[in-house]
Design a protein around this ligand. Structure first.
Ligand SMILES: Cc1ncc(COP(=O)(O)O)c(C=O)c1O
Length: 424
């Protein structure tokens, strides 16, 4: 599918709401008898993504780089995956998209690729609220003499405060690693403001956008971030991940591939052993879906404009669902929401964590399981946050994570199940 660049086409906004029935039809996994509220763990996959996966494997399954036509076709399919992700993130060019098996691997690769940029005594800032994927690789740099400082959340509001970041920055700070949205709190961090502070201090920023990308349009250009990662299995796609990096910064990274891959071979030098062609190609289905949702709502414009339009519709729908559930939680005097408790607050996504006084989160989740409703409890690999909030001894918290294909009726059945779980 040819993509329009942002300077082509035109925009026509409409007031139509997200077509949930159409959206749900695109996910075969939704036709079973489960209700999914563990979407921050992983969403259901689009049928068109699986169709593309099959198409590649059945019709183009050869090695790229050959002189023959089919090999060129396979290379073009891989490239179309990079182009699709360029639109999804609003990157400048497909070379700014490197694929990896997961975000965990992508960020480990990045830390390895940056290693020669650090000297003993340099400093890196990580947050207490990140998933371990965006903490562990940076702590690993301590073996090079790098000092790691931790940016804590405010204990009352659970927000990362910009003042606290300023106070942590020194003339030795080289990198700030921060999450766009905590996968527990659901709070959207002000990444553009953070990036500004980081750059004013001469450092780089690496953003984990995994918990943001299914809910809002990521815009690396507007944010002016240096590196950013997303996991596609949480954005309606397969187990695969994208590492975005500004082209010049990618070019500076150490080569992770064979010695004869030179520094200019971007992004291949960051994809040792090659990215999965079929998964990369399948990812074009994600963008195709977001674009089709916009078109069905009467929106015409560039690929990017359609993506942004669809995410605005998604946000409206998700906020309504989140508020329905949060209103129930607020009505309970025994409930503590771990994060902002207003579903209409533009600073949150519908990833909602909570604890109920005197109740084990594991027991609550297991009771909800019996209704064929999938929620999750624990620390969600954001162990440092759970420890900081003193929840580590009690099975962490319960997390209800919604996505746009959830319905009001599903939230109502979740509330009924939770109510039953807490009274039984
Ligand atoms: C916020 C966040 N970051 C990173 C990850 C790790 O992603 P992956 O499983 O692709 O390594 C997760 C997974 O749950 C996550 O929620």
């Amino acid at each position: 599918m040819p993509f329009l660049r942002a300077d082509q086409g035109f925009k026509l906004d409409t007031q139509k709401e997200l077509d949930i029935e159409f959206a749900r039809d695109q996910f075969p996994g939704l036709s079973g008898d489960w209700t999914f509220f563990d979407n921050a763990g992983g969403t259901q996959i689009l049928s068109r993504v699986v169709d593309r996966l099959n198409d590649f494997l059945f019709n183009m399954n050869v090695q790229t780089g050959g002189s023959y036509d089919l090999s060129k076709k396979a290379a073009a399919a891989l490239w179309s995956g990079r182009e699709a992700m360029m639109h999804l993130l609003n990157a400048n060019r497909p070379e700014e998209i490197a694929f990896a098996a997961s975000t965990t691997v992508a960020l480990q690769n990045l830390a390895r690729g940056m290693a020669s940029q650090f000297s003993s005594g340099d400093e890196v800032i990580v947050t207490v609220s990140d998933h371990e994927s965006n903490i562990g690789p940076w702590i690993g740099l301590e073996s090079l003499g790098v000092k790691v400082r931790t940016w804590l959340v405010d204990k009352d509001t659970l927000e990362l405060r910009l003042d606290d970041l300023q106070a942590l920055m020194t003339d030795r700070t080289r990198l700030v690693a921060v999450t766009y949205v905590s996968n527990i709190l659901g709070t959207i961090n002000p990444i553009a403001d953070i990036a500004k502070i980081v750059h004013e201090n001469g450092a780089l920023i690496c953003v984990d956008a995994v918990a943001f990308a299914p809910h809002r349009a990521v815009d690396v250009a507007a944010l002016d971030v240096d590196y950013l990662a997303i996991s596609l299995y949480k954005v309606f796609g397969p187990h695969f991940a994208v590492l975005y990096g500004k082209y010049d910064l990618f070019a500076e990274l150490d080569n992770l591939y064979h010695y004869f891959y030179d520094k200019d071979k971007v992004p291949a030098k960051l994809e040792p052993g090659n990215a999965s062609y079929e998964l990369a190609y399948s990812a074009t289905g994600i963008v195709d879906y977001l674009v089709e949702l916009a078109e069905r709502a009467g929106h015409s414009g560039t690929t990017r404009q359609k993506i942004e339009f669809t995410f605005r519709q998604i946000a409206e729908h998700e906020n309504r669902l989140a508020e329905l559930f949060l209103a129930y939680l607020r009505s309970r005097s025994d409930c503590r929401v771990i994060g902002f408790d207003d579903g209409n607050d533009s600073r949150r996504v519908p990833t909602i964590s909570f604890v109920i006084k005197g109740c084990d989160p594991g027991e609550i989740a297991r009771k909800i399981d019996t209704f064929n409703i999938a929620v999750r409890f624990g620390d969600f690999h954001a162990r440092r946050l759970i420890e900081y909030l003193d929840l580590a001894d009690g099975n962490g918290c319960v997390r209800v994570s919604m996505t746009h294909y959830n319905t009001q009726a599903e939230v109502e059945s979740l509330i009924a199940a939770l109510d039953a779980a807490l009274t039984s």
